[in-house]
Design a protein around this ligand. Structure first.
Ligand SMILES: *Cc1c(COP(=O)(O)O)cnc(C)c1O
Length: 235
């Protein structure tokens, strides 16, 4: 069994060091411990070590963990969102990271308007224009931003990306710069508030933080290597 408390401490220390490297070092970085495929006991160990934010990519797998762990924990849905699951996602997840179309964002708003939940959503951007990944192209975002900002019952907090895989962390930097630049341009052009950037995983979270990440999604560096893949998701 991996030493979760120790791994968390190592990752937190690396986050602190990387945060000091950036221009706006006052911005707090939220560490999302990605617990997909991880048994509830290990998630509990992380919570007991002080970890508060967790990420899951499958509703069915996540629900028993969320319901079985303390209510003060905050859950981030980081997988691809299926429309027929939205109603069940809302009571469980405060954040939805991979909203990849206007239609989906509008639908989440529609369902949320029937409830007391105000989901915080990230718009996923497909920076590398990869057919295997969902997300808005930067052009889509320029066109659809006014309509997105008009949506009621969802709060668009920022942008998210899963960049094309790179041989090393440093090679991912241009993608992170691209996401931050896009966010900055959208904020200026549409006078929007998009404070959050969800970017960076176990292999490259320090680079992402140096380039302005507000949320890093870190799984294997905390919980160890995943022993199996989640269908249709990243490994
Ligand atoms: C699995 C996953 C992660 C975490 O990946 P690690 O490399 O284990 O840190 C981050 N983001 C998304 C969207 C994922 O599916």
């Amino acid at each position: 069994m991996p030493d979760i408390a120790r791994n968390l401490k190592l990752v937190s220390d690396r986050i602190t060091t990387a945060s000091a490297e950036r221009t706006d070092s006052s911005l707090r970085v939220v560490l999302i411990a990605v617990s997909k495929t991880v048994p509830i006991d290990l998630v509990k160990a992380a919570a007991e070590a002080g970890q508060r934010d967790f990420g899951e990519s499958k509703l069915q797998e996540a629900a028993p963990k969320i319901l079985g762990l303390p209510a003060y924990l905050e859950w981030h849905f980081i997988g691809r969102v299926q429309r027929n699951k939205v109603r069940k996602l809302l009571p469980l997840f405060k954040y939805i990271h991979a909203v990849d179309s206007f239609r989906l964002a509008a639908y989440i708003g529609e369902i949320a308007s029937e409830t007391s939940f105000l989901p915080k959503i990230f718009l996923q951007v497909n920076l590398g224009n990869e057919s295997s990944k969902g997300g808005f192209s930067p052009d889509d975002l320029y066109q659809q931003m006014p309509a997105l900002l008009d949506l009621r019952s969802v709060l668009i907090v920022g942008l998210m990306c899963i960049p094309p895989s790179t041989p090393d962390a440093e090679s991912a930097r241009p993608w992170f710069v691209m996401l931050r630049t896009l966010r900055n341009e959208l904020q200026t052009k549409f006078q929007a508030k998009l404070p959050c950037l969800s970017m960076g995983m176990s292999g490259d979270f320090e680079v992402a933080i140096e380039e302005g990440a507000s949320h890093v999604r870190v799984g294997s560096a905390i919980f160890g290597r995943r022993s199996y893949r989640v269908d249709g998701e990243l490994g």
